[in-house]
Every structure is written in C-alpha cells, then in structure tokens.
Design a protein around this ligand. Structure first.
Ligand SMILES: [Zn+2]
Length: 339
C-alpha cells in the first residue's frame, strides 16, 4: 500500500489489515446533501472501494452554505447532486468506484441497490426513507448508520441487526413533529459533527472494529454546548414488524400505481409514475409548448411553469412540482399535464 493511507494505517485499530478491508467494501449512501457530502468525501479519502450514492435532487444556491461537495457552477447549471458529487469525488481519488443513482429510493429499489453492500449510511431527511433503510438493513443483515441534524443539534446511532433495537422500535418515542432544516434552519458545524460521528462508526464497522461501535444513541447541541447519550435496548419490541420474531418488513411493500408524495418541509409534491406511464424529457418539452410556457432543458431534466408552479421533470418520468403542499392539487395538475 502506498504512502497515501500511511496516517490511517499508523492508527493501530485500523492498521494494514483494516486498510486492506476498506478497499473491498461497498457502502450505500442514501442522500447526497448536507450529510451525504461529507460522509462520501470521508469514505472516499479513507479508501473505501465502492460507493453507491442515491439522491433525487439537483444543486441549488441555498445548498452551498453546508453541502461541501458542490460549487456555484453546479447550482447555476442545476446539476443533479449525485452527478456533481461523482465528478468531485473522482477528482479527490480516481480509483474509487462511484455509482450515482438519480432517483427516489423506495424499498424494492434499495433492496436491489444494497444487495451486495456492507453498510447503508443515512443521509436523508425524512422518516419514510429511514423506515425503508431499517427494513432493508434487517432483511439483508447489514447495519445502517442513522444520522439526523437540524438547527445546531444532531443525533447519531448505528442500527445493527442482531445487536440493537431497530428504528421502528423507537417510533413510539420519536417526536411527532419532524422538524427539518428547511423549516428550522441549520448551521454547518451541526452537519459536520453528525457526519463525522457517522463516518467514524462506518470506519469501525468496515475495518472490523465493531466491538467499539456506539451502543447508546448520541445527541448533541453544538450551540448550547450540551450532549446526552441514551440507552435504547429496553425499547426493543418482540412484536416489531422489522426486528421482532416474525418480521414482515412493511416498508418494502411496493406501492401500486402512481405515487404522489409531499416532500417534507419542501413545499414540493413529488410524482413517481408507473414505469410504463412515465413521461420523457421530450414529452415535457411538448407539454410546455402546448401550454405556451417557456421551458429549460438540461441533460437531466426539463423545467417549466404550470399555473405559476415550477415543474421539474426528470428523464425517468419523476416530476417535482415546487411551491405546492397539497397532494390532491398535485394529482390534478399531473393529470392535466399527461392529458
Ligand atoms: Zn424493531
């Protein structure tokens, strides 16, 4: 092994053996925004062989304050986050294998993405996707490392099948209102600390140091100078649908038909059509022409306005309607578009 990883190899718990392990590992990162950026960068610099990075969004100016892989040019061009990230990460280390996934990740899809993975990293911002990660992790028997941050605080916990309670077991004690950085704001240090703790847990797992992984849920507030650790093993539920005696993995059930979802804290309705009914970018251009509204096409999506709402249609048929919080109006608009 060359000099590149010498300082990491000098660190005794990793050593040559741990370093060699990293080369052969595959990590799936769900989300490539605030948490996904530093996690991906740390794992690439550490020498992890393969990363699958999934994200459904493109870079916007408001991301640049904390999403460290992206530049003003990415925001100007509206580059999808996974595309911008892959380019940047390959500049950092050219022998890394990055698989970018520009799509919404549901249960069936994540199971496929993670089938040969060693670890799943939580870099998302919503409960639904975490339940999906939780079910996939338990079904495949690999850990997922939870991280969440908002304002000046963050939470980290490694969920390990067979060792810890699962995320679904915690649902009764989780806060009902899920604040996100789009509603409560966030400062970059809270992101970096959360991501650093998650990356440390990842390195422990990937280098065979699982005995030193966290056993308590960690929560900090970097502005108010507090931190707490909470044991969660007593919350393990024998009847849990994910980690109980007869699991059914409810988050992995495929949604029938077209899916309409309000993205949390985003004032955006996302429409994921059935594959055989998906619109193409060319369809989007035709719709804009028919409606007499201007449109912009990039290699990844077409953007146009309908009744004052900004619509972004991706090449795989997924449509975002920005400025809208009502699923029903979203459905109506979509039906008008597809005719
Ligand atoms: Zn459970």
């Amino acid at each position: 092994m060359d000099n590149r990883y010498s300082r990491q190899i000098l660190f005794k718990p990793i050593g040559e053996k741990g370093q060699n392990n990293l080369q052969n590992k595959h990590v799936v990162i769900i989300g490539c925004g605030a948490l996904g950026s530093p996690i991906a960068e740390t794992l690439v610099r550490a020498g992890v062989g393969k990363l699958t990075i999934a994200d459904r969004d493109y870079v916007e100016t408001s991301n640049l304050q904390r999403q460290q892989l992206f530049t003003e040019q990415d925001a100007r061009l509206g580059t999808p986050k996974v595309v911008a990230a892959k380019k940047r990460l390959e500049m950092i280390r050219e022998d890394v294998h990055i698989i970018p996934v520009l799509d919404h990740v549901d249960g069936v899809f994540l199971e496929e993405l993670a089938k040969d993975a060693d670890l799943i990293m939580d870099a998302t911002d919503n409960f639904e996707t975490r339940l999906v990660m939780n079910d996939v992790a338990w079904k495949l028997g690999i850990p997922w490392i939870h991280g969440a941050c908002v304002g000046s605080s963050g939470t980290v916990f490694p969920f390990i099948p067979g060792r810890s309670a699962c995320f679904r077991c915690l649902l009764p004690v989780l806060p009902a209102v899920n604040e996100t950085c789009d509603t409560a704001g966030i400062i970059a240090p809270a992101v970096q600390i959360t991501a650093a703790h998650q990356s440390a847990e990842a390195l422990k797992w990937l280098t065979g140091n699982e005995q030193t992984m966290r056993e308590k849920l960690y929560h900090f507030d970097v502005w108010h100078n507090t931190h707490v650790e909470a044991g969660i093993s007593r919350l393990q539920n024998k009847a849990c649908e994910t980690c109980g005696e007869s699991p059914t993995y409810p988050a992995l059930t495929q949604i029938e038909g077209t899916d309409y979802a309000v993205l949390c804290g985003r004032e955006t309705v996302q429409i994921v059509p059935e594959p055989d009914r998906a619109l193409t970018i060319q369809d989007g251009e035709e719709i804009a022409k028919r409606l007499g509204t201007p449109y912009t096409t990039t290699p990844f999506f077409v953007e146009f306005y309908v009744q004052g709402y900004r619509c972004v249609l991706f090449g795989n048929g997924r449509l975002l309607i920005h400025g809208l919080k009502d699923r029903k109006i979203g459905r109506k608009l979509y039906h008008q578009l597809v005719g």
